[in-house]
Design a protein around this ligand. Structure first.
Ligand code: FES
Length: 156
């Protein structure tokens, strides 16, 4: 339950900093991503006029989390793809069926539900990207829910 989660503020990033997938003009900001061999490393197509993407990656509470905005809602998943470690935070967003928005990983194009992280395509693989509850306050500050503090909180 969300009430049992520990909600921690995302520093230096507000709702208004995230591209909104619901806005058609902001959807044009998808960029082209080339896969590198290193984890979470990509090369943006330098000839592409738009360098921004929907997702943002933040490190908080010892975890790297991807944030995506749809309207006034923010969704959070693990930043690395559960398939092979690709940069899920650079995923494209797609509505595979009406009302079901998915993340499409730039590496092998697997799709994951943005709501619960379950893999949708290819079917039957049963992989799940970790998701986090998110709260946004009136000022647009974003809070991510964790089960507990990360290990670094206890370092002296
Ligand atoms: S690493 Fe994401 S689909 Fe393979």
């Amino acid at each position: 339950m969300d009430s049992e989660k520990l909600f921690l503020p995302v520093p230096d990033l507000k709702l208004s900093d995230l591209l909104d997938w619901q806005k058609e003009d902001e959807r044009q900001h998808r960029h082209l991503v080339h896969r590198n061999t290193t984890e979470l490393s990509v090369t943006l197509d330098s000839h592409h006029p738009h360098k921004k993407c929907f997702g943002n990656s933040v490190t908080i509470n010892d975890e790297t989390v991807a944030l995506f905005r749809i309207g006034e809602e923010v969704y959070a998943t693990q930043a690395k793809c559960p398939h092979a470690g690709g940069p899920l935070y650079l995923a494209d967003l797609e509505e595979l069926v009406p009302g079901q928005v998915c993340l499409k990983c730039p590496w092998h194009k697997w799709t994951f539900s943005i709501d619960n992280g379950r893999s949708i395509k290819p079917a039957g693989r049963g992989l799940v990207a970790k998701t986090y509850p998110v709260k946004v306050n009136r000022e647009g500050n974003i809070y991510i829910g964790f089960d507990s503090f990360g290990p670094s909180a206890f370092e002296i």
